[in-house]
Design a protein around this ligand. Structure first.
Ligand SMILES: Cc1ncc(COP(=O)(O)O)c(C=O)c1O
Length: 423
């Protein structure tokens, strides 16, 4: 049996119906934007392995930082201790985060970063004796799969089985030019009820919904409404963070900065799972008290793992290099050129680009479901042709490692053009 077959014996994969799933390619090597399976087949990782890997697979600089840390101090508990990498990383983040962000809380993944933000919004109010327990979120949002994150997410079939056991979340439509006035009015009406602790959103781009984009101007207005009514705003930058939108954070496009930010994915350059939730001083102060019970009683065993912190430091240093910044601009410009070429194709309904993110919607007769027939056909076509792309329904998106070569990017575009013809 090869690896692919042996995998099936024990491993349970995410978002997978194993009864109908084929054997999965077993990847044995990665370098730059490329992956190789056990049979030597090459794949271009055009989605940066679920958006985590901007600087390329097996990046030597990050690997060296990890090795050095592993052989100096691999881990120490963060309860009652600190360490140099957590201090250095915090100091570094303070130089790139919006300047209202003053405190950091470490956890393990995007979902836990969101859980921390939601819990803080709720406990802040509890500590002050306010009854604000509900959350506002966008339709079709995705904030993760743990309970609070899932409750805030709007992709219904992900959470269908848990209805009734979830946080109370009201969902509002993603803003468009057409619904702007209505949307803002809705939000005003909601926040006036004094029942909502926070408004959580994926700033400017809803990744899992299929790279759905909306304007920073309207988000600014929504944040202003929340600010005026003491509802915390949480920017879930798990996908958008660290350069994806062309700026370090999507929140950098905003005039009104969020109260909290959730970071993960590219934080460690796609090497070690880690997440950070960041806060304003005001939020931290809501827990700062002589009363021990007002503390934030939340933690994870691997909180602020030194090896992950070392990987994050090396990754942020890479992000700040001229070479990586030039790559972000290059990929963005190539996306724009491809968009211009493809957008008038008779089968293309719409296209959109922000930073290194490109998305294209294929015209369909009927509403295509998330993991529907069209999606599966496209996905299989891409994998057969050695390109890792995971369409969402009828939406194909590209979010490559920033270091992807021109030639590799051209191949990805060419495969996308061919794929449109087969559906
Ligand atoms: C915006 C956003 N938030 C949260 C998450 C959840 O992150 P994780 O899968 O690391 O729990 C994701 C994952 O795709 C995401 O895109």
């Amino acid at each position: 049996m090869n690896l692919s077959e042996r995998d099936k014996l024990y491993n349970w994969h995410p978002y997978t119906q194993h009864k109908t799933a084929a054997n999965f390619p077993a990847i044995v090597k990665g370098e730059g934007a490329l992956l190789w399976d056990e049979n030597g087949k090459e794949y271009i990782d055009a989605i940066a392995s679920w958006w985590v890997n901007p600087y390329g697979h097996s990046n030597k600089i990050i690997a060296d930082a990890i090795y050095e840390q592993l052989t100096t101090l691999e881990h120490v508990l963060f309860g009652g201790f600190t360490h140099d990498k957590a201090v250095l990383l915090a100091e570094k983040l303070m130089t790139i985060l919006p300047n209202n962000q003053k405190k950091l809380f470490y956890s393990d993944n995007g979902s836990t970063a969101v859980e921390v933000a939601l819990k803080c919004a709720m406990q802040y109010n509890y500590n002050k004796g306010n009854k604000k327990t509900k959350i506002i979120a966008f339709e079709d949002a995705f904030h993760g799969d743990t309970f609070g994150a899932m409750a805030s997410s709007g992709i219904s079939f992900f959470s269908e089985a848990f209805k009734g056991s979830l946080l109370e979340v009201i969902r509002i439509p993603v803003p468009t030019k057409e619904n702007e006035e209505q949307n803002l009015q809705n939000l005003k009406d909601l926040v006036k009820t004094n029942e909502y602790a926070a408004f959580i959103f994926e700033p400017l781009v809803q990744g899992a919904a299929g790279m759905v984009m909306y304007s920073s101007e309207i988000l600014d207005k929504m944040i202003a409404i929340c600010n005026q009514n003491n509802v915390f705003t949480i920017a879930d930058e798990v996908m958008t963070g660290f350069g994806k939108t062309g700026k370090t954070f999507a929140s950098d496009y905003l005039n009104n900065k969020p109260d909290m930010m959730c970071l993960s994915k590219a934080l460690t350059g796609g090497t070690i799972p880690m997440a950070i939730t960041t806060f304003t001083q005001e939020i931290f102060d809501g827990f700062y008290d002589d009363d021990t019970n007002k503390a934030f009683f939340h933690g994870h065993t691997f909180t602020a793992n030194p090896t992950a912190c070392a990987a994050a430091l090396a990754s942020i240093n890479l992000l700040q290099t001229e070479a990586i910044q030039n790559n972000i601009t290059r990929v963005h410009e190539r996306h724009l050129a491809f968009e211009l070429k493809i957008k008038s194709h008779p089968k293309v309904k719409t296209t959109r680009v922000l930073g290194v993110i490109f998305a294209l919607e294929i015209k369909t007769e009927t509403q295509e479901s998330y993991y529907g027939t069209m999606r599966n056909k496209l996905y299989n076509f891409f994998i057969e042709n050695g390109v890792v792309l995971r369409p969402v329904g009828n939406i194909i998106y590209i979010l490559p490692p920033y270091i992807i070569s021109e030639e590799q990017l051209e191949k990805v575009y060419a495969i996308v053009e061919q794929a449109i013809e087969i559906v």
